[in-house]
Design a protein around this ligand. Sequence first.
Ligand code: RB5
Length: 145
Amino acid sequence: MPSDTVAIAADHAGVELKSLLRKEMEGMGLRVLDLGTDSETSVDYPDFGTAVARAITDGKASRGVVVCGTGLGISIAANRFKGVRAAPCGDATAARLARQHNDANVLALGARLVGVEVARDCLKIFLETPFDGGERHSRRIAKLG
Ligand code: RB5
């Protein structure tokens, strides 16, 4: 699977923001694997955090974006999978540091907490910022495994 595939999923609270972020990524030329949900009918966020985490552990995507009301429940679900590092981010600085220090491979956003412009900034920075690397950060990330 090409490394530019990004899996995205949301619960009903995040469905609108998901659709906007999906278009944003397609506009950047990225391949997007949209794992739902597709309507505002109430669903359970763990199912969608799990879907993105599985896409990563199965090698169908290299990165992911998950959206729920707060970004919390869906990130907790995704983080139950080995090798998945989902970071709930409320601003661009968090998104940058999640990449630089934590090598986060899933961005989690709270559609009820952040506005569209902040979410866009988080996405762009998350996708463009490399991991700082180095022994210190790598050692700590290895301990998460
Ligand atoms: C759904 O109402 C809400 O609980 C969910 O989107 C999320 O915020 C959970 O963490």
